[in-house]
Design a protein around this ligand. Structure first.
Ligand SMILES: Nc1ncnc2c1ncn2[C@@H]1O[C@H](COP(=O)(O)OP(=O)(O)OP(=O)(O)O)[C@@H](O)[C@H]1O
Ligand SMILES: [Mg+2]
Length: 248
């Protein structure tokens, strides 16, 4: 479903992606791990066409991401942004139903609101938050609203950038389970970025570790603990000593 080949991206002198190659088969869940600032969010944004790569090829369902109708292309995706990125002048339900209130997916406001409330329920929020504004919610609640928005239009492909950061362990478990369910029930293809190793184990079919602008290791989640890769081992065990230089 997603095929990235030898993707390069620099910002000025800073080479972030240096030949990233990654495949995500249809209906599977890929989790990307890697140190802060290694380019995980940049990689997701390249697939969505929010950032243009300098070179390399990105195919979505066999087609180049920058070909054809942009609205139709984006309608296939749901995205949970790392910072939530809720619209602060819209209420919670209007945020969740954003895609359902405009463009090709537009439907009557009452129906959109009902769907929003159902999606809020799925992420553990009660209908009484529907008419609040994002600023009136806790950080964890905002995260869940972002998640409800990502799944509201039942997309084929869903990107989750740090879905559990800032949540308590129980809600993180709920969100992990939800992501797993969506992939299985809807047959969606998912790409998740996380630092949370419990998320990795709960939601990944396959794992890829980004380091130095390339995929350092990739494989099925079952091989995570016996990969024999010193970079991966250092990362998953959170060791300060190892081949990855920690910035002190
Ligand atoms: N639009 C941009 N313009 C300039 N530099 C950028 C831009 N977006 C990202 N970068 C730089 O690219 C690098 C990778 O950023 P990115 O957000 O992908 O990191 P990340 O792996 O997602 O890290 P984290 O785990 O902390 O979220 C950083 O050095 C960042 O400053
Ligand atoms: Mg990031």
């Amino acid at each position: 479903m997603i095929n990235m080949k030898n993707v390069h991206k620099a910002f000025g002198p800073k080479k972030v992606l240096r030949g990233l190659t990654l495949e995500v088969p249809k209906g599977t869940s890929m989790v990307i791990i890697g140190g802060s600032g290694t380019g995980k969010s940049v990689a997701l944004k390249c697939v969505l066409g929010l950032i243009a790569p300098d070179s390399g090829e990105i195919l979505v369902d066999g087609k180049p991401a920058d070909s054809g109708d942009r609205d139709a292309f984006l309608a296939r995706f749901g995205m949970l942004f790392q910072g939530g990125a809720l619209f602060d002048s819209l209420t919670v339900w209007q945020n969740v139903a954003f895609r359902l209130l405009r463009g090709s997916l537009k439907r009557p406001a009452e129906e959109a609101r009902a769907i929003a409330i159902e999606k809020l329920r799925r992420v553990g929020l009660t209908p009484d938050v529907a008419d609040l504004f994002p600023a009136e919610l806790s950080g964890g609640m905002q995260k869940r609203v972002g998640l409800a928005r990502a799944i509201a239009a039942e997309p084929e492909i869903i990107f989750f950038d740090e879905p559990t950061t800032g949540l308590d362990p129980i809600m993180a478990g709920v969100i992990n389970e939800l992501i797993r369910e969506i992939v299985v029930e809807m047959g969606a293809t998912a790409m998740t970025i996380t630092h949370d190793m419990s998320s990795v184990r709960a939601i990944a079919d396959n794992v890829a570790m980004l380091h130095d602008g390339v995929i350092q290791w990739t494989g099925p989640v079952a091989q995570l603990d016996n990969s024999g890769d010193p970079y991966l081992d250092q990362f998953i065990h959170g060791r300060a000593e190892g081949p990855i230089e920690a910035v002190r």
